[in-house]
Design a protein around this ligand. Structure first.
Ligand code: F0G
Length: 385
């Protein structure tokens, strides 16, 4: 069965919403779990204790393809011909490649002005997605795409879409399969819109319920310090899921108040430069189930972590370095023990954001602003739209 070549659909019994003849796959999810002793030592872990799940091997170079295959499958099931997303870059690259490879959907992507790494922008353009740049940042683009999709009847492919999260459960299935279904002690993941966090919690709960695992790993979600909404709500304010009680619903007033005070997300890890995570409540449920912790790490720590992954593995994009920086911090705090088994999710490919990598290795941190926002980005987008 060709579906067995997909790292998502070979687990189709665990995401049973799609009839086999409707499934849309481009060979996503062919990723591996890699052990890295050099990254382990950097984080203060014992040899053989740290694993890197490199999702950069996906067709569009990020974990998003795991979810997009499921969202596009559902879009196909309901007969949609147009799909859209807001993005910091990887969701748009993923939706765009599904559009180009399958010819099933016309793709529209909304991005915050200048808030996207060049590798990702070039993917959306090359895969012929209608690419629209908006004044503002990802949070603004997210709000706008929701309005446009509901007004124009366009299929929305952000992780608000529950089918996206179904597909992303497969990341957990593959990790556990690689570990012979013996859960690690920790799974550590960067947090942006919190789609992965939510999907991971759901996957783990379902596997436990089915008896495929006998205990749940702990979950650590790592925010960039400049985009730390979850960290503030969970660790500082003590916000909890509380088993679905209304006091745990997303507090719009919180976002309104902080943005009125001029707060906006700001980090070099542009993939996770998000102030209003749309999956906050589902993520709180995952943290509740998996005895979770949330940490924030600075841009310097993120890039240092990323460089360690480059020197001791496949490499990764900046946002993914947050998970390594998070492990190091949790080791220093003694929350993670040196002998714990830890899986870090490396969410995106090393080549997604070469400007940051080159600036880092040239030691030119003063140049980050210039290198991150190359002049010409606006023209490129306008030309396409
Ligand atoms: N890492 C990378 C490389 C990402 O692109 C994203 C999200 C995340 C981590 C955060 O994952 O949202 O599940 O918490 N990127 C989105 C995008 C927002 O538009 O590509 P999350």
């Amino acid at each position: 069965n060709p579906l067995d070549f997909s790292g998502v659909w070979r687990f189709r019994e665990l995401l049973p919403f799609a009839p086999e003849d409707k499934i849309v796959t481009i060979g996503e999810g062919q990723t591996i779990l890699q052990q890295s002793n050099s990254v382990a030592r950097y984080c203060g872990m014992n040899d053989s204790s740290l694993f890197l799940q490199y999702e950069g091997l996906n067709p569009s170079g990020s974990f998003k393809d795991n979810g997009m295959t499921a969202a596009v499958t559902h879009a196909h099931m309901v007969g949609a011909t147009q799909a859209a997303c807001a993005s910091t870059g990887n969701t748009s690259a993923s939706l765009a490649i599904f559009g180009s490879c399958t010819g099933l959907l016309r793709v529209l992507v909304f991005i915050g002005s200048g808030k996207i790494a060049y590798g990702k922008l070039s993917q959306a353009l090359d895969y012929n997605a209608k690419t629209i740049q908006l004044e503002g940042d990802f949070d603004d683009a997210m709000q706008r795409v929701r309005e446009v999709c509901s007004q124009a009847g366009i299929y929305l492919c952000n992780s608000l879409n529950p089918f996206r999260l179904e597909g992303q459960k497969a990341i957990i299935f593959r990790i556990l399969e690689s570990l012979a279904w013996e859960p690690p002690d920790w799974i550590v993941v960067p947090g942006g819109n919190l789609g992965n966090t939510s999907a991971f919690g759901k996957a783990l709960l379902e596997l436990k319920e089915l008896g495929l695992i006998n205990r749940l790993p702990r979950l650590a979600v790592i925010n960039a310090a400049g985009a730390n909404t979850l960290h503030e709500l969970y660790e500082r304010d003590g916000l909890r899921w509380n088993h679905g009680r209304p006091d745990a619903t997303v507090r719009e007033d919180y976002f309104v108040a902080m943005e009125a005070g001029g707060r906006r997300a700001a980090t070099l890890a542009s993939a996770i430069e998000i102030n209003r995570p749309v999956n906050l409540n589902k993520a709180l449920r995952a943290l509740d189930a998996c005895d979770g912790v949330v940490r924030e790490v600075g841009d310097q720590e993120i890039l240092d972590g990323k460089a360690q992954v480059g020197a001791g593995g496949f490499g990764c994009e900046p946002a993914s370095g947050a998970s390594v920086a998070g492990v190091k911090q949790l080791r220093e705090e003694g929350v993670i023990a040196a002998s714990d088994r830890v899986v870090c999710i490396l969410t995106g490919h090393q080549l997604k954001d070469p400007n940051v990598t080159v600036a880092y290795h040239s030691g030119k941190s003063d140049d980050f602003d210039r290198l991150l926002r190359p002049s010409g980005v606006n023209e490129a987008v306008h030309a396409n739209s």
